[in-house]
Design a binder for this molecule. Structure first.
Ligand code: 0O2
Length: 214
C-alpha cells in the first residue's frame, strides 16, 4: 500500500469514528428527551414535545460552513469549528414548554451547556424565532470518553412551520429573496408570535377551568 492510500485509509477511519461519536450523541439526547417527555406526561398529564427530528450535517454543508468561517476542510477543523454537526430539533405546543424543556435538559448532570441563543426573545432580522442550545454530552467509547457537541433547536409547531417555509423560499431564490417576500415573512413571523401567545393564554384558561371543576 503506498503512502497516500495509507493516509486516505486512516482519514476514512477517523471520519467513521467521528460520525459514530456524533450519531451516538444524537441517540443519547433523543433518549433523554423521550424520557423527559414520558415523565412530563406522568406528572402533568400532557406531552410537551410534539415531535423530535434529528440529523447529522451532510459533508457538503460541513465544508460550506468551514468555508464561511475561512477554515480549511479538515476533520480537525470540523470538530473544532462546526457546532451543529449533530443537530436535534424539538417541536413543542407552547412557548412555555420550550423553556421548561430547556431547563430540564440543562439540569442533567452529564450535559454541559456551552451556549444559549434565545431567538424567541431576540428574533433574527429575517423574523426567525427558536431557542438554540449548544451542549456537550460525554460519549463512552471502549478506550476513551469523548465530550461531543450537539445543537438543540427548540421551537413551537408554528415557529417550525414558519422556519421550514422560509428555508424553502431561501433555497428557491438562492439567498436573494425579493424584498416584498422578505417583508411578508417578517409580518408572518410577527403573526406566529402573536398566535403562540394567544394559544398559550387559551390553554392556561382551559387549565384553570379544569382545575376549578375538580
Ligand atoms: P441547517 O441546514 O439547518 O443546518 P454562527 O455561524 O454559528 O454564528 P449560525 O450558523 O447562523 O451562526 O448559527 P445560528 O444562528 O444559531 O443558526 C443555526 C441554525 O439555525 C441554522 O443552521 C438553521 O437551522 C437555523 N436558522 C438560523 N437562522 C435561520 C433563519 O433565518 N431561517 C431559518 N429557516 N433557519 C434559521 P444552518 O447551518 O444555517 O442550516
Amino acid at each position: 500500500m503506498d503512502v497516500s492510500n495509507k493516509e486516505r485509509n486512516s482519514e476514512v477511519q477517523t471520519w467513521n469514528e467521528v460520525t459514530l461519536v456524533y450519531s451516538s450523541a444524537l441517540k443519547q439526547i433523543n433518549t433523554k428527551l423521550e424520557i423527559l417527555n414520558d415523565e412530563f406526561q406522568h406528572v402533568h398529564q400532557y406531552n410537551p414535545i410534539e415531535h423530535i427530528k434529528s440529523r447529522l450535517k451532510t459533508p457538503e454543508s460541513i465544508v460550506k460552513k468551514l468555508k464561511k468561517y475561512g477554515q480549511e476542510s479538515t476533520i480537525e477543523n470540523m470538530v473544532a469549528y462546526v457546532n451543529d454537526i449533530a443537530g436535534i430539533r424539538v417541536i413543542c405546543s407552547f412557548t412555555s414548554d420550550i423553556y421548561e424543556i430547556a431547563k430540564m435538559i440543562s439540569s442533567q448532570s452529564d450535559i454541559k451547556v456551552i451556549e444559549v441563543r434565545d431567538y424567541i426573545k431576540n428574533p433574527k432580522p429575517s423574523g426567525y424565532t427558536s431557542y438554540h442550545m449548544l451542549v456537550t454530552i460525554p460519549i463512552y467509547l471502549s478506550d476513551k470518553i469523548v465530550d461531543t457537541k450537539v445543537e438543540i433547536q427548540i421551537r413551537t409547531v408554528a415557529m417550525d412551520f414558519w422556519a421550514s417555509l422560509e428555508h424553502k423560499i431561501n433555497y428557491k431564490f438562492e439567498g436573494n429573496v425579493p424584498e416584498y417576500i422578505q417583508n411578508e415573512l417578517v409580518e408572518c413571523a410577527q403573526m406566529v408570535s402573536k398566535l403562540d401567545d394567544r394559544m398559550l393564554l387559551l390553554n392556561e384558561e382551559v387549565q384553570k377551568l379544569e382545575k376549578s371543576e375538580i
